[in-house]
Design a protein around this ligand. Structure first.
Ligand code: NDP
Ligand code: 2IT
Length: 448
């Protein structure tokens, strides 16, 4: 691991001691701290007035029981979470994740990352995250609806358009947002559109929100390529995952002239040397909610059960599935196969050891999730703007706004990295630029 600046060591140790066992949260904090040495050297008041210490302590953490009845009439029990991490820049904003691996440490890592990501967008949104250990796989629509209704029956009292605005993440898409919005509306007797984002287009949603994280990821990579007079034309790309982020990343890569040759789900990966047929993937994943192995069976291409998708040679790697999906061995394989860009569509998909391999490599450029995948939450903020003004914008206008936001984030990462003595480091630039915006707002608001 990289050695931390002395003054940050004791703050980090304190975070570990106060949050025992929450290893993903520790990892996310450490990654930010590793960039902050030049900042605290210039501005020791960020430590002296405990801004950094306060940033690591959520403003509020809510944990609740979520009972629901399955189709067989059995009572099921899950745990719900909402961590309202930081509201210096705006209402808490961040997704809800439904996945059996969810526990407080995952929600806190995601909420912590969200603070800096949201700050980087330049939009007025604070950071938060939530979810449940509910596993939607194999559940009927009716079961998912009853779960969502039970989840919202507790969550509704903690959220609101000026308080906390959840959206989707792993396991939460348009269907789940619909069920949760319906229950919120019913309980509160308010059509408060701005309380959730990722809503359907006919009832307060924004065009481009569905595509935004994937498109934004690719817009960011396009800026990285432009910075070295290059483009997607003819590039071989590997995208892990086959959910919301992955699907729309593939769509945009193909529009820009690249070729995606591999995708995955949690069971395995497919390789299609002709380029992934995205219509088939969308049908399998968005309509049938089936496994990616069906693609291989229907197309007669290779399917590798288990294994690592990063064994597939590529110019550009876009991890778009989940945290710590790309380890040191995978990083070394990517490097030896000549990969030139790794950009994180997912949150924290690369392990610290993998990031070290990328950072030490003279050619490969690495960009972290909190910059690369910020297009999703940025478009959520655009959805909130449309809701507040009771307006709805065209696809083209919203997409242009997204592209400009991604370009600005890219440029601000490079500019900030330069200013703080880490030229070319997207990681330092993203962490420092996001941190400074939040820290200055916190300082202005006093000890709260
Ligand atoms: P989805 O639920 O739509 O898709 C998730 C994909 O990742 C699926 O293919 C899933 O496979 C795979 N996956 C999930 N968990 C694991 C695991 N433990 N091991 C291997 N594969 C796994 O989620 P999203 O596309 O929305 O989210 C993907 C990533 O992007 C997450 O890190 C999320 O936090 C991040 N993100 C999402 C944003 C959004 O707007 N949705 C915004 C910014 C970041 P399977 O179906 O087999 O489980
Ligand atoms: O990780 C993320 O940025 C998201 N899941 C999207 C959050 C949002 O509020 O749109």
């Amino acid at each position: 691991m990289t050695v931390l600046d002395d003054r940050l060591v004791s703050v980090y140790d304190d975070v570990v001691a106060r949050n025992p066992g929450e290893v993903e949260f520790h990892q996310a904090v450490r990654e930010v701290f590793e960039s902050l040495a030049p900042v605290v050297a210039k501005r020791p008041e960020y430590l002296d007035s405990a801004i950094i210490q306060r940033l690591c302590e959520p403003e509020r953490q809510i944990i609740f029981r979520v009972p629901w009845t399955d189709d067989a009439g059995q009572v099921q029990l899950n745990r719900g979470f909402r961590v309202e991490f930081n509201s210096a820049l705006g209402p808490y904003k961040g997704g809800l994740r439904f996945h059996p691996s969810v526990y407080l440490g995952i929600v806190k890592f995601l909420g912590f990352e969200q603070i800096f990501k949201n700050a980087l967008t330049g939009l007025p949104i604070g950071g938060g995250k939530g979810g449940s250990d509910f596993d939607p796989k194999g559940r009927s629509d009716a079961e998912v609806m009853r779960f969502c209704q039970s989840f919202m029956t507790e969550l509704y009292r903690h959220i609101g358009e000026y308080t906390d605005v959840p959206a989707g993440d792993i396991g939460v898409g348009g269907r789940e947002i619909g069920f949760m919005f319906g229950q919120y509306k019913r309980i509160t007797n308010r059509y408060e559109s701005g309380v959730l984002t990722g809503k359907g287009i006919g009832w307060g949603g924004s065009l481009v929100r569905t595509e935004a994280t994937g498109y934004g990821t690719v817009y960011f990579v396009e800026e990285m390529l432009k910075a070295s007079d290059d483009s997607f034309e003819g590039k071989r790309v590997v995208v892990s995952g086959s959910g919301n982020v992955a699907i729309y990343a593939v769509e945009k890569v193909h529009q820009l002239g690249g070729k995606v040759v591999a995708m995955s789900d949690s069971a395995g990966y497919i390789v299609d040397e002709n380029g992934i047929d995205l219509d088939l993937i969308k049908d399998i994943k968005e309509v049938r909610r089936a496994r990616i192995s069906d693609y291989a069976a229907e197309r007669g291409v290779a399917y590798v059960e288990g294994g690592s998708i990063w064994d597939v040679a590529c110019d550009i790697a876009l991890p778009c599935a989940t945290q710590n999906e790309l380890d040191e061995t995978a990083a070394r394989t990517l490097v030896s196969n000549g990969c030139i860009i790794v950009a994180e569509g997912a949150n924290m998909p690369s392990t610290p050891e993998a990031i070290r391999v990328f950072t030490e490599h003279p050619v490969l450029r690495f960009a972290p999730g909190k910059a690369v995948n910020a297009g999703g939450v940025a478009t959520s903020a655009l959805e909130m703007q449309q809701n507040a003004s009771r307006d709805s914008w065209s696809f083209e206008y919203t997409d242009r706004r997204l592209a400009v936001i991604m370009r600005d984030i890219h440029d601000s990462c490079l500019k900030t990295a330069d200013e703080y003595g880490a030229p070319g480091s997207y990681t330092s630039g993203a962490n420092i630029a996001g941190f400074i915006r939040v820290a200055n707002a916190m300082q202005a608001m006093g000890v709260i």
